[in-house]
Design a binder for this molecule. Sequence first.
Ligand SMILES: NC(=O)c1ccc[n+]([C@@H]2O[C@H](COP(=O)([O-])OP(=O)(O)OC[C@H]3O[C@@H](n4cnc5c(N)ncnc54)[C@H](OP(=O)(O)O)[C@@H]3O)[C@@H](O)[C@H]2O)c1
Length: 326
Amino acid sequence: VRNIRWGIAGLGKISGRFVADLALVEGAMVVAVASRSLDRAKEFAQACGAERAYGSFAELAADPEVDAVYVGAPHTDHHPLTLLFLGHGKHVLCEKPLALDLAQVQEMVGLAKTKARFFMEALWTKFMPHFGALRQAVADGAIGELQSVQANFAFIPPFEPEKRVLNKALGGGALLDIGIYPIFLATTLLGRPANIHAQAVFGPTGVDTQCNMLLDFAQGQTAVLSCSLSYTSTLEAHIYGTQGYIKLHSPWHGQCPAISIFDDQRQLVKEMSFGTKGNGLYYEAQAVNDALQAGLLESSTMTHADSQLLMETMDRVREAAGIFYV
Ligand SMILES: NC(=O)c1ccc[n+]([C@@H]2O[C@H](COP(=O)([O-])OP(=O)(O)OC[C@H]3O[C@@H](n4cnc5c(N)ncnc54)[C@H](OP(=O)(O)O)[C@@H]3O)[C@@H](O)[C@H]2O)c1
């Protein structure tokens, strides 16, 4: 099987971690990188061994010897860059959140289908071993019938109003950046919420710095979710069922070291420990590379429908909480 030739668009923090993990993937090679700055691209290309460095995303899109592009730019660039690369016939793995709203996601999925190219949201958590173990335990009835998902994600970023996390013009705020993880956990385990209540608090740059969410589902289950950029949370998640509960240890969304299963008397029944290969992005990278080598157009683990449900739910949270972007 031939190597998949990768291009990287947007050369910030996550792209650095992604190329490090892509180096661990069999059958993958980074051949070209693109930045808004040619100097930055040259520096990044040298560090990761890519042959070609571009000072614009259009040049990367026009490179005939690139099969797939990883989009690691700020949220607001996900939609235009994905359309650019799909339009030039590249497969695309795009960072989370896939876009700013469902309308953009639909357009991206539509173009991927028209062009018959692979397209996926880089929701790394879904590919990690601890997450597979969690889903298996739930499916096996380890805690009986699922009743409630309770999860948080909060940290205090440095006060840098220009950088993407607090910058409204770059889609900043807690919900899209980190609230997406608790919402993803709830929709993965419980499906589409019937009703959503949400409340947000806004910080000095105008972005949501706290967002609290209450979801309920058709079978009477609930989710209690929170995200914030104004305090530090445990980064734990708990899944409650009729016969016990599961604790995902911190950081539950990423390099989660363990999951513990308790019975309805709060007694520990089982604990599973997990190591992490690379930075933890290895698992999604390997899965996408395998899918590309197999000629698939969609991942069976993180499907288009999964991303659509996730974004539709975030749109509903935004509406309930009054969160807008410019
Ligand atoms: N899966 C994960 O674990 C994970 C973790 C962190 C972030 N992410 C996602 O990945 C994306 C990037 O996050 P990051 O933390 O890597 O951000 P970052 O360090 O700020 O890097 C983003 C890069 O995008 C490029 N860019 C293009 N247009 C830009 C603009 N108008 N303003 C600023 N930068 C622009 C810049 O690269 P050039 O200067 O080279 O153009 C910048 O370095 C976000 O959507 C985030 O949600 C995912």
